[in-house]
Design a protein around this ligand. Structure first.
Ligand SMILES: [Zn+2]
Ligand SMILES: [Zn+2]
Ligand SMILES: [Zn+2]
Length: 254
């Protein structure tokens, strides 16, 4: 199984438009962050978690040639913005792409991309073709990969993280409930939200994320959904052992 972080940036991405800060002007490629997304590949199956606004660029950059399914963590635009570009996979595979999401995320997705779920207005305007699979807290299988949803709070909003074997992906959260912590025992790799140094109402800041990482106790934790206030080299050198900043293109083979 191979996991690739296609994007590790917060909703505005890094560099952020019109910003001249030292991160946004850095030459370090680890300070270039597309919007948050994960590619999960097994021998048989290719699955993406979230279609970020950078989805098209991410599919091209990482040479993703087939897509067996998309899973959504929640409906915020930085996680669904690339939904329309699923069309490209419809064209090449001549099939719909299965999507997995909660009923709440589906309702919001339908509001943002209304045209994909309504009667077609006229022929010629391509729409993303998807098969809807509703998920909740039950495990589900896509090809040969088993996904376990992990409930997380993102401010007031309930969102999903996912565990796949001894790997877990928990972006966009500032609270991991106790029942979810018990589902995250014995991990080798945890990918966890850490937005910036100062507090935020819907994301862990660095300090809170480190605290949560210690509580969960994964062998290694990689922090994602990072804003431009965090510069890779400055921050990484001060992190505790076994906790690392993630960066775009980082892969884990397990
Ligand atoms: Zn900046
Ligand atoms: Zn969010
Ligand atoms: Zn987000």
């Amino acid at each position: 199984m191979k996991f690739t972080l296609l994007g590790t940036g917060t909703s505005s991405g890094v560099p952020t438009i019109s910003c001249n800060c030292s991160t946004c002007t850095s030459d370090d490629i680890r300070d270039k962050r597309l919007r948050t997304s994960l590619l999960v590949e097994s021998e048989k199956s290719t699955v993406i978690i979230d279609t970020s606004p950078d989805f098209r660029q991410q599919m091209l950059k990482y040479n993703v040639r087939k897509l067996d399914a998309v899973i959504f963590t929640h409906h915020h635009f930085d996680h669904i913005g690339g939904f329309d570009d699923i069309r490209a996979f419809n064209y090449t595979s001549k099939k719909s792409v299965p999507i997995y999401l909660t009923d709440i995320t589906l309702a919001k997705l339908k509001r943002t991309f209304f045209y994909a779920f309504e009667e077609i207005e006229q022929l010629g305007g391509g729409i993303p073709l998807v098969d809807i699979n509703l998920i909740n807290s039950e495990k589900f299988q896509i090809g040969d990969i088993l996904f376990e949803p992990i409930k997380l709070l993102h401010g007031k909003l309930e969102v999903l993280g996912f565990r796949i074997n001894n790997f877990a992906y928990c972006t966009d959260t500032n609270y991991v409930p106790p029942e979810s912590i018990s589902k995250l025992r014995n991990l080798d790799i945890l990918v966890l939200d850490a937005l910036r140094y100062t507090k935020h109402t819907t994301h862990f800041n660095l300090e809170e994320s480190i605290e949560a990482a210690k509580l969960i106790g994964s062998k290694k934790t990689y922090l994602t959904h990072i804003a431009h206030q965090i510069k890779y080299d400055e921050c990484q050198s001060n992190l505790p052992p076994n906790i690392f900043l993630a960066y775009d293109g980082l892969t884990f083979e397990m």
